[in-house]
Design a protein around this ligand. Sequence first.
Ligand SMILES: [Zn+2]
Length: 348
Amino acid sequence: MFHKTFVLLCSLIVTAGLFSFSPVDPQPQTPKKKAVRTIIIDAGHGGKDPGAKGLQSTEAQICLQTSMLLGQEIERQIPGVKILYTRTTDVLPGNMPTKDEALRYRADFANQSAADLFISIHANSAGKAPGGWNERRVAGYTEKVTYKKVKGKKKKVVTKVPYYETHYVVNKTAGTETYIWTAKENSHKGEMVSGHEASSEEDSSITIPDDDPAINALKLIYTKKYFLKSLRFADLVQQEFARSGRINRGVKQRNEKGIWVLHATGMPSVLIELGFISNKEEEEYMLSGSGQNEMVANITSALKTYLQEFGPTPAQPAGNTEAPSKEGTGLTGFLQAIEQKEKNRGGK
Ligand SMILES: [Zn+2]
């Protein structure tokens, strides 16, 4: 119930926003107003789903802090952009009771908002213990002598018993990676789009049914329309991170269920793994004011370039009371370019 009310509320907000940016213009052919761009910022996890755990924080905390800062910075630096958040407090989005429902809510929220871009913020984990762990290894063997009775006779039995030493293994996997969704059948978890090794996040085991015809239709549309834009933005984000000296693990693609939210959104979408919460230094970086400011600056700068490249969405004609249609906006040229590219590649 809360969900429906919230979605309705969001639709009303979006509609109100459109009206406010679509005044009756005496010269509609020379619109002076900046086009509205709606960007969804999705802080991963939340509430009962803390995501990966670090030594001193959870992924959900880092996602929320960085997402809120990111939204503020984008609004400050890029006029005409409207930011919507899937969550602004430590709850599952829409106050949903389960991770799966929250994931669906995220996608529904984005689609209801007719947004232009969906940015999901996460932190990675290399598994095992955050920071590091003690590992036992065999240091040598001792002989243990025991006796057992065989047919009434005492028999000496010598067995080799290993002895162990403990050493500390630093959980040192680090760096940032950005995911886009792919519909390619042969794409496995963490498959690379460009360079660098694969990794996996702990929390990718979300079970959204994938056999829904509506979802399958969305996948096709997604692949056709939004893949290249998503790829471009993801690449720009990674470039900016690298420019700040972060380890660039590259743009990757997944088609597993954990990234369901990306293809279920009718818009370009990326999932940014800010860094490894399982790495002590990187967790500290992601929790620090300077670290958060730097990551936010990186993503904002990537967004500026992305918006410049793809040009402004033309303002809605005056008096238009309908929600903006993706086909009818500035995406058209880009979509034609994608189709052309697909033709050139021998696709349909
Ligand atoms: Zn996550």
